[in-house]
Write a protein that binds this ligand. Structure first.
Ligand SMILES: C[S@@+](CC[C@H](N)C(=O)[O-])C[C@H]1O[C@@H](n2cnc3c(N)ncnc32)[C@H](O)[C@@H]1O
Length: 236
């Protein structure tokens, strides 16, 4: 378990509450890996290809459930599960610390971590994680640099706002509701962008073979949403 100093430092941990109830009741290693918003099926770990012996990073891993699945099922050399939230990192350590050294739990801002590891990774992924909550003009170039030439980046993100509002046609974040650890309402930035905006950002960051699939939810409801599943390779 590695700790650096996340950029958000002394700022309140806006991920303090996320997943806490599940952590109290479900300590299992998930038997499947889902990309979609509802986490109820759709494409799985095969999107990442054969991970045998590869070095992988999960950006904004939360409690590291996806990373724990990969470590136990896909035989990577190592998965670095990176998260800036002290609460999420602590949950991950509690749930899956025993999977070290193949699972490395890193408490760090993803951009800082990637900048410190040029060419380190064969595969980098994010499941509604760092990509959604970090300026992509910083995150995507840092991701390209941290991948070996030809390495794979795969990420899932919202195809539109929860409630149905359209994604942004420009690189523009929205301040969404959040809560501090003591429950005080606040906001945090989230980037919900149209496919062509992501494609341009990936291209400008040095990626090639870019594809973005839109995955519709299997059930409808007030919190259901389309998922964008993007894949791209670092240019050689
Ligand atoms: C919605 S949660 C998703 C967690 C996990 N990927 C999952 O699917 O359960 C988003 C996570 O991204 C993390 N995160 C957001 N921006 C980050 C950044 N710049 N650096 C590190 N972690 C970040 C948050 O701390 C949070 O744990």
């Amino acid at each position: 378990m590695k700790t650096t100093s996340p950029a958000q430092g002394a700022a309140p941990d806006l991920w303090h509450h996320y997943g806490r109830t599940r952590t109290d009741t479900d300590r299992s290693i998930p038997g499947s890996f889902a990309w979609v918003w509802a986490q109820d099926g759709g494409p799985g770990a095969e999107v990442l290809g054969d991970l045998t012996g590869l070095t992988v990073a999960d950006l904004g891993a939360g409690a590291a459930r996806h990373a724990a699945h990969l470590v136990t099922r896909s035989a990577p050399a190592r998965v670095d599960a990176v998260d800036a939230s002290a609460a999420q990192h602590a949950m991950a350590c509690d749930l899956y610390g025993h999977l070290s050294p193949h699972l490395r739990l890193v408490h760090a801002d993803v951009v800082e971590h990637l900048d410190e590891h040029p060419g380190e990774y064969d595969v980098v992924y994010s499941v509604f994680g760092g990509l959604d909550f970090t300026d992509p003009r910083l995150l995507l170039p840092a991701t390209a640099c941290a991948l070996r030439p030809g390495g794979l980046f795969a990420a899932s993100t919202l195809g539109h706002y929860i409630g149905g509002g359209p994604a942004e046609p420009d690189v523009q974040h929205t301040d969404i509701p959040a809560r501090t650890p003591d429950g005080t309402p606040t906001t945090m930035p989230r980037w919900v962008l149209q496919e062509h905006v992501w494609t341009k950002l990936l291209d400008e960051a040095g990626f090639t073979a870019i594809s973005i699939d839109r995955l519709a939810p299997t059930t409808s409801g007030p919190r259901s949403a389309d998922t964008l599943l993007m894949r791209a390779h670092r240019s050689r």
